[in-house]
Design a protein around this ligand. Sequence first.
Ligand code: PLP
Length: 371
Amino acid sequence: MTNHTIPAGPGRLTVDLDALARNFHKLRTIASPSECGAVIKADAYGLGMEAVARRLFAEGCRRFFVASADEGTQLRTVLAGASIYVFEGVLDGREEVLLGADLVPVLNSIEQIRRWQGAAPGRRCLVHIDTGMSRLGLSAAEVGVVSEQGLVDDLDVEYVMTHLACADEPSHPLTAEQLERFDALRGKLPEARTSIGSSPGILLNASCRGDLVRPGIALYGGNPFVSGDNPMEPVATAEGVILQIREVTEPLTVGYGATCTAEPPSRLATVGVGYADGYPRALGNRGVGFLAGEKVPLVGRVSMDLITLDVSGIPPEQARPGAYVELLGPNVLLDDVARAAGTISYEILTGLGRRWVRRYVPDDTGRQRAK
Ligand SMILES: *Cc1c(COP(=O)(O)O)cnc(C)c1O
């Protein structure tokens, strides 16, 4: 028996920055003449905010969106010359944080408008009008008050924005209704550029875009639409490491609950990835890996740190301890994994845990050193 070195960590998570750049250029071309920004909240959907932001900036992206002032502060250390917009707006006590890092809040309420006017008279901001999400943003009645009292007249409103609830289902009637409401409501405010489309809106049609688009998931390779072919390229590849191979010479139960029995002759590979790494437990007896050009089925339940794959069809030289098995990537598609797990691509990407050894291709560290 040869000894194989087992790499550290449950596996590696490779982020293809060239694919990210191609996705950005594709969206930018489609969106033109609208400007194309980038949503890099939640650590760029789990793929690493710093490397993603640096690369998108190098590709010409100049407007970035994050969820919170904390994320914006972190991003500011990487991006000196870009606009950073903060979806949560200006929360009580966060004014100085925003000003200190030159972050631009998305103002979501009358209270936030008054707060920003008080803290930073005449400064840049976005104004968010809610047209059907009922999360953040001004209601129709609040837009009326803002309009009557001229509350944003002295602010530098760069964009008026709204967010579409159902653009990922192209025939959904709510999209047209939201666009109508948005046009009527923004007409009550001082003239400003608009920002509407996130990933699906950009691809749907020009009326869903506005002057600035805000793609997130499409940059990272997720299908912007609920169904149909994915026009974007995969960006993330997650590979688990085989820890042990078991020859099945008699019937063997596999995993917790003994939900599967492996019949001889067959071969099982135990891989050091589990639900603690964001591999969904819902994929027990339904997930797949990809090894040596073949799909290999997951058998038994997903444990916290381990899964078991049936590798009977793979030559032992390739299904061996230390070998990498693709669990997500060009051969095991993100949206297929999400669907099988009963969730969406966003949740899979943002759920990938901290134990993966992350690497960027091309290597991002050279760029860092060159700075
Ligand atoms: C997250 C988010 C986006 C990006 O959405 P995707 O579907 O990932 O493109 C855009 N706008 C707002 C307000 C968001 O919260």
